[in-house]
Design a protein. Structure first.
Length: 434
C-alpha cells in the first residue's frame, strides 16, 4: 500500500473511532492524530466528541501535554498558557478553567525521563537537578547497557580521569501511554560550575562511530526499538577524552519524535534556568571528591544587566570547626567572604554579590577541616549558585508563577532561583582511634 493510501486508511480509521471509553484509548487516538499531522485543537474536538463521560477535561490536558509536547514548548519549558489557549479554542472552556487544567498537566513530565536525582519521578519543575544517577562514567572500562538497566538504582560513577573515559545515560518512558520511537541520545561536558550556557558545552561522540553524536538507547532485550510506557533503557557508550584535572559536568539530552531537545536555547539567565529545571529529557552530574583545599568552579551572568546572586555552601556531616569560604582572583571583579567557621555539621553558608553583565568568572571555594586539611570521607559540601530576584526585577513576575510564590509576591519579598549545584565529597580517610 502506498504511503498516501496508508495515511488515508489510517485517518479514516481514526475518524470512525467510537467511543473513547478508557484513558488508554484516549492516548491511542491522540497519538494517531498527532502522527497524521492533525492540529492539536482539531484533535481535541475529535476526542471530546466521542469520549466517555467518565473521562475528564483534566485527562485531555494530561494526554495532549504529552503527545503534543512540541506544540506547547515555549523556548525553554512546557508553557501551560499555550495549552490553555488550545483548550479554550477547541473545547470552549473559560480561561480560568482551562488555565487550571493546563497548569496541573504540565507539572508531570510525560515522555522520556532522565532522572535528575535518585528520587526523580518526573515532577516539573525540578529543584534538585545536578546529581543524576542516570549519568554513568566508568573511566576506561566499557559497560554493558543491559547491566545498567538490570541494576536500575545502582550508581555507576567513577570520577572522570585524564585520558579515556566511557560515559552512558539511562532513561525510561514515564507516564506516556504510547510507544515512543527509538530516541537519540546526545552527551556533552562542560567545565564544572554554574549557569553555563549551552554554547559552552562540548559534544561527545559514540564508541560505535567516533564521528557520530546521536547515540542509540538499548533495551533489556538488546534491541533499540520503540519504548513503551514504563520501559527502561540505557544508551550505547560515548567516548569522553579528558585533558585536565579540572572539575567537569557531564550532561545527557534525549530527543524523540514527540519532543526535541532545545539545545539551541538562547543565552540568558532566565531561559537557561527554565531549560534546566523543566526539561525532563535531560540530566546532569556534578558530584566529585574534593581534591584540593581550594577548588575552582566557573560561573556566568548571562544577562546584559548586573544581577544579584548568592553562593551557598550546604554542609553535610562537615566537622564542627572546619572553615569554608568563597573568593575570586579576578582583579576586575574581586570578592572574598573570608573563611567562615562551621559551628553546626549541617550548616548553610552564604555569600551575596552583584555580578556584572555578561560576566564569566571563577569562584574559588575553600574547604578546610579543623586540622587545615581536606574534609573527611563522610563529609560533603553542596555548593549552589542562586539568582536573587527582588520585586521590580523584569523576571520577578515570571519567577512568582514558576515558584508558585504568590504569598511572597503579595509582600514583595525576594525570590531565589537555583542555577545549579556542585557537590564536593570529602576525600581524606578517617584515622582509626584504636
Amino acid at each position: 500500500m502506498s504511503t498516501i493510501l496508508a495515511k488515508k486508511a489510517r485517518t479514516a480509521t481514526l475518524e470512525q473511532q467510537t467511543p473513547i471509553n478508557t484513558l488508554q484509548q484516549m492516548w491511542d487516538a491522540t497519538i494517531g492524530y498527532q502522527q497524521d499531522g492533525i492540529f492539536d485543537t482539531d484533535a481535541m474536538r475529535k476526542v471530546y466528541r466521542v469520549m466517555s463521560p467518565k473521562l475528564t477535561f483534566q485527562d485531555i490536558a494530561n494526554v495532549f501535554s504529552g503527545v503534543y509536547a512540541d506544540t506547547y514548548w515555549n523556548i525553554s519549558l512546557m508553557d501551560p498558557s499555550v495549552l490553555s489557549k488550545s483548550m479554550q479554542s477547541a473545547l470552549a472552556l473559560s480561561q480560568p478553567l482551562a488555565d487550571k487544567y493546563s497548569q496541573t498537566a504540565v507539572l508531570q513530565w510525560r515522555g522520556i525521563l532522565c532522572r535528575k536525582n535518585i528520587n526523580d519521578t518526573g515532577r516539573i519543575p525540578a529543584s534538585d537537578f545536578t546529581s543524576s544517577i542516570d549519568i554513568i562514567c566508568n573511566q576506561n572500562t566499557e559497560l554493558d547497557p543491559i547491566d545498567l538497566i538490570e541494576n536500575w538504582n545502582s550508581e555507576y560513577w567513577q570520577t572522570p580521569q585524564v585520558g579515556k573515559n566511557y560515559v552512558y545515560t539511562r532513561c525510561q518512558n514515564i507516564a506516556f501511554r504510547g510507544s515512543i520511537n527509538p530516541p537519540a541520545v546526545q552527551m556533552f561536558y562542560t567545565t564544572g560550575g554554574f549557569n553555563q550556557p549551552p554554547t559552552s558545552w562540548i559534544k561527545l561522540y559514540t564508541v560505535r562511530d567516533g564521528s557520530v553524536s546521536d547515540g542509540k538507547v538499548i533495551l533489556i532485550d538488546g534491541t533499540s526499538g520503540p519504548i513503551e510506557d514504563g520501559i527502561r533503557g540505557a544508551s550505547e557508550g560515548f567516548f569522553f577524552n579528558l585533558t585536565s584535572t579540572d572539575h567537569v559536568c557531564v550532561i545527557a539530552t534525549i530527543q524523540t519524535d514527540f519532543f526535541a531537545n532545545p539545545t539551541d536555547v538562547s543565552n540568558g539567565n532566565w531561559d537557561s534556568q527554565k531549560w534546566i529545571s523543566h526539561n525532563g529529557a535531560a540530566a546532569w552530574h556534578n558530584v566529585n571528591p574534593q581534591l584540593n583545599l581550594e577548588e575552582k568552579l566557573v560561573f556566568y551572568n548571562q544577562d546584559s544587566t548586573p544581577e544579584e546572586f548568592s553562593f551557598l555552601a550546604n554542609c553535610r556531616n562537615v566537622p564542627v570547626g572546619s572553615k569554608i569560604g568563597f573568593k575570586s582572583a579576578d582583579p576586575k571583579f574581586p570578592f572574598n567572604s573570608g573563611l567562615i567557621e562551621v559551628i553546626n555539621s549541617s550548616q548553610q553558608i552564604e555569600h551575596q554579590l552583584t555580578i556584572p553583565p555578561y560576566y564569566k568568572g571563577q569562584v574559588i571555594v575553600t574547604m578546610e577541616s579543623p586540622k587545615g586539611d581536606l574534609l573527611p570521607k563522610q563529609a560533603a559540601v553542596e555548593v549552589n549558585m542562586v539568582w536573587r530576584l527582588k520585586h521590580g526585577n523584569k523576571h520577578y513576575t515570571k519567577a512568582v508563577k514558576q515558584l508558585g510564590a504568590f504569598d511572597k509576591a503579595i509582600h514583595g519579598e525576594e525570590l531565589s532561583l537555583n542555577l545549579g549545584s556542585y557537590t564536593f565529597e570529602g576525600s581524606k580517610p578517617e584515622i582509626s582511634k584504636n
